[in-house]
Design a protein around this ligand. Sequence first.
Ligand code: GLY
Length: 418
Amino acid sequence: MGVGGGHAGRVTGVAGVVLAGVLLVGCGSPDAGSVPAPSSAPVSVPVSTPAPSSNDVLSPAVTRVLPTAWERLAASADRLDPAAGYPRSVDAGKSTWTTKPVDDWTSGFFPGELWLAHTMTRDPAWVARAQRWTDPIAGQVTRTDTHDLGFVVDDSYGAALDQTGRGAEQIVTAARSLATRYSPSVKAIKSWDTEGDDDKRGSWRFPVIIDTVMNLPLLDRAAALPGGDPAWKDIATQHALTASTTNMRPDGSIAHVAVFDPSSGQLVKRDTWQGADPDSTWSRGQGWAIHGFAAQARAAGNPELLAAARKAADWWLAHTAPGARVPSWDFSRPNEERDTSAAAVAASGLLDLAAQTGDARYRQVALETLDELATRDVAPDGPALLAHAVGGKPQDSEVDVGIVYADYYFLEAVGRAS
Ligand code: GLY
């Protein structure tokens, strides 16, 4: 049981169990008090139904969907051409991926899934597929205009490094690029360069979105590689500490965006882009926090970050319930579309937290979540495994779709739970 490997709770295939015929392997921060701490909007927790199982193992429903996952993944990998774009989303009722160029923030997830498939099945056929979808990402590693290099490069090249020993140069270059976005004044990495845009983001001089915590494992990994800079790990830890008091509200819920004054380093306000309201809790953002703080707590051995991860997780546990572990896209909109990606991200983070703390509640909720996803949310036809994800509802973008990162984190979580 538990999380395999030495990097960021990754599934690295150091242990294995056979399930259903499938081999699985297993800052000082700026003054958060300078703005009033908004409380979360009231939430209503759906009526509880009994948990599917109180066992400490993956449910049969989860193990049963894995052959479907591998079949759909292999078909997409072999049929599509990375030069034509990377799988991102599938509209409801459609059977083809909407693809995006390799510079999209989501390009690392598809190769990441292929590496997960290799780890979890031990079928060597996955290596050539995964490498074919990883190689074109090499062109992204010198970018300094994005905070998303962790999603893009660590999920692809990081996994390649774990599994083949190749890719260290790309990882180190990408970390060097990402580190250029760190501000010693704010004590955080700048998420978006949106100042001057003609939407509300145009007034944000230094936005830090909670999503950025997911890009920190790239810095941790690279810091320890030949040619890497140990300071990158300090940057990652400091960023997470800042987010833990600025994006995180006192009750453990997460604000999508913390806006800073880059000169003084002071927090100007909390806001949102993909959530319903500045004071509401965007479900995937809460998931990113659980996953990201847990990963950085482990990488840094930092008790403050472990406490932050627990606080975000405890909020999640208190606002979901057995039978309703897949939340709506924003906790303040309980009757609107559910977001399977948020649930998958949270489940994977909860498993990391369970492994670090020994707190059985986190593992139990993660297993319930995976069971609910496998039972209710598998798309009847491919190419994605899961349906019912929400990309950005306020932008009317990718609402109730299959989405590549829901599948990625579902598989990551299954690997961690095995
Ligand atoms: N920006 C990443 C997300 O949509 O969660």
